[in-house]
Write a protein that binds this ligand. Structure first.
Ligand code: MEV
Length: 436
C-alpha cells in the first residue's frame, strides 16, 4: 500500500472506488465482488448458525488517510450509521499531519475463569493450587499443540478468593493463556474444561463454570495521536470561524465531562465504539466480546469513565490516547470463512492480530475525535443531517440520483422527514427536478 490518502474517493462512482482498492491493495475481482454482495451465501450462513434463512447486509465503507505506526492503511468499516466513515477518515487526515497514530499492544493473553465451589478451606486450597502451579501450567500448555507451535500457550495461574457473594465465599482460578493470532475463546474454553478435573482433585471442591472472561485486560491496545493546532482551525458552512485553540480546548472540555460523568461517558464511549465495532464487524470478529470488554474496562476502577484521554503537549497541540481491551483474531472463526472478512484483512495487509488490534484502536480514537470536534464546535446535527436525509429519501422511495437531490432539498429547507420527502416525491417530477 503506497498511500491511504485517495483524493476524491468520496466523489468517485462505486465501481471506480473498487478499482482504487484493487490498485492500492491488489484485491482480486472475487474479493472486490465479495464487498459488493456481502460475500456470504445463504448456504454458507446455514453452516454458521441454526435455523438460518438468509443473511443480513450492512454498508461497507473505507476509512481513508490512516497511518498507523508509520504504515499507510485503508480501513474497511461495516456500519449502518451515516457520518462514521467520513468522520474517522477526516480525523485520520488531521492526525496524519502530526505523524498519524502510534500504537502499542500487550501480549495476546486471554483469561480463562474456573469457579471452584464447595471448597472446605479456601486458604489452604489456594496454597495447594500455588504449589501445583507449574504442573497445572504444563498440563494446560500441552492442550493446544497448534497454538504452542506458534509460540502461544499457558502463561500463568492466578487464584482469587471471592469473600462475599449471594452463595457465600468461593475460589476463582484464572488461567492466563497466550492465544497469539486467534481471538482465543475456543482455545481458552477448551483449556479450562480440560484443566478442571485436576483443579477439583487439588482443591477437593467442585469446578462449576469454565469460561473465558471478556474483560481482556491483559490484551490491550493503546493508540495515541497528536493533532497539530493549525489542523484544528476551520470555518464552517455558515462562515463561522473556530481557531485551533478554541477547538482544542473545546475537545478537552468535552472529554473532561466524560471523564467525570458516567451519563456522558456512556455516550462518549459509544462514539469510540462506532469506529471500533465497524472494523471488528468488517473483519468477522466478535463485536459483542469487544463491547463487553471495553465497557467493563471503562469501569475498572469502580466508576464508569471515558476510555480515551485528551490533553495538549508543550507546543499546544492536541494529544489523544485510547486504551482498550482488544480480543480480535485473524485466524479461525468467521475471519477465515467470511469472504468479506478475508478481503478486509487483505485490504489492511495485517499480518498479526496485534496489528489489527492497533488499527482498530486508532479508528476508535479517530471516531472519538470526530464526535468531540463536532460537539465542541457546531454541534453534531449539521454533519449528520445530509447523510440522514439520504436515508430518509431512500425510505420515501427515491432511487439513483434522486436520493442526493431530494436529500439536498430537505436539508436546504431544514425539513428532513419522511413526510416532506414523500411530498416532494409526489410533486410532478419535471417540476421538482427543476429546482436543481
Ligand atoms: C453517535 O452515534 C455518537 C456520539 O453521540 C458520540 C459522542 O457523543 O461523543 C456523537
Amino acid at each position: 500500500m503506497t498511500t491511504s490518502r485517495i483524493a476524491g474517493f468520496y466523489n468517485l462512482p462505486l465501481g471506480e472506488r473498487l478499482d482504487k482498492l484493487a490498485e492500492s491493495a491488489g484485491l482480486s475481482s472475487d474479493e472486490l465482488a465479495a464487498f459488493q454482495t456481502s460475500g456470504l451465501s445463504a448456504d454458507q450462513a446455514d453452516h454458521m448458525v441454526e435455523n438460518a434463512v438468509g443473511t443480513f447486509g450492512l454498508p461497507l465503507g473505507i476509512g481513508l488517510n490512516f497511518v498507523v505506526n508509520g504504515r499507510e492503511v485503508l480501513v474497511p468499516m461495516a456500519i449502518e450509521e451515516p457520518s462514521v466513515v467520513a468522520g474517522a477518515s477526516f480525523m485520520a487526515k488531521l492526525a496524519r499531519a502530526g505523524g498519524g497514530f502510534t500504537v502499542v499492544t500487550s501480549a495476546p493473553e486471554m483469561i480463562g475463569q474456573m469457579q471452584v465451589l464447595e471448597v472446605k478451606d479456601l486458604m489452604s486450597a489456594s496454597m495447594e493450587l500455588h504449589e501445583h502451579k507449574a504442573e497445572l501450567l504444563a498440563e494446560a500448555d500441552s492442550i493446544d499443540p497448534v497454538l504452542k507451535k506458534f509460540g502461544g500457550g499457558a502463561r500463568d495461574l492466578e487464584i482469587r478468593i471471592i469473600e462475599d457473594s449471594p452463595i457465600g465465599p468461593f475460589l476463582v482460578v484464572h488461567l492466563i493463556y497466550d492465544v497469539r493470532d486467534a481471538m482465543g475463546a475456543n482455545a481458552v474454553n477448551t483449556a479450562c474444561e480440560k484443566l478442571a478435573p485436576h483443579i477439583q482433585q487439588i482443591t477437593g471442591g467442585r469446578v462449576h463454570l469454565r469460561i473465558l472472561s471478556n474483560l481482556a485486560d491483559r490484551r490491550l491496545a493503546k493508540a495515541s495521536c497528536t493533532v497539530l493546532l493549525k489542523e484544528l482551525a476551520f470555518t464552517n458552512a455558515d462562515g463561522r470561524t473556530f481557531t485551533g485553540e478554541q477547538v482544542r480546548d473545546g475537545i478537552i472540555e468535552a472529554w473532561a465531562f466524560a471523564a467525570t460523568d458516567p451519563y456522558r461517558a456512556a455516550t462518549h464511549n459509544k462514539g469510540i465504539m462506532n469506529g471500533v465495532d465497524a472494523v471488528v464487524i468488517a473483519t468477522g470478529n466478535d463485536w459483542r466480546a469487544i463491547e463487553a470488554g471495553a465497557h467493563a474496562y471503562a469501569a475498572r476502577d469502580g466508576r464508569y469513565t471515558s476510555l480515551s484521554t485528551w490533553g495538549k503537549d508543550a507546543d499546544g497541540n492536541l494529544t489523544g490516547e485510547l486504551e482498550v481491551p482488544m480480543a480480535v483474531g485473524i485466524v479461525g472463526g468467521a475471519t477465515k470463512v467470511h469472504p468479506v472478512a478475508k478481503a478486509a484483512l487483505k485490504l489492511m495487509g495485517v499480518k498479526t492480530a496485534a496489528e489489527l488490534a492497533g488499527i482498530i484502536a486508532s479508528v476508535g480514537l479517530a471516531q472519538n475525535l470526530a464526535a468531540l470536534r463536532a460537539l465542541a464546535t457546531e454541534g453534531i446535527q449539521r454533519g449528520h443531517m445530509t447523510l440522514h436525509a439520504r436515508q430518509v429519501a431512500i425510505s420515501a422511495g427515491a432511487s439513483g440520483e434522486d436520493i442526493h437531490r431530494l436529500a439536498e432539498q430537505m436539508v436546504a429547507e431544514k425539513a428532513v422527514g419522511i413526510g416532506r420527502a414523500e411530498e416532494i416525491l409526489r410533486e410532478p417530477r419535471r417540476w421538482w427536478r427543476r429546482r436543481w
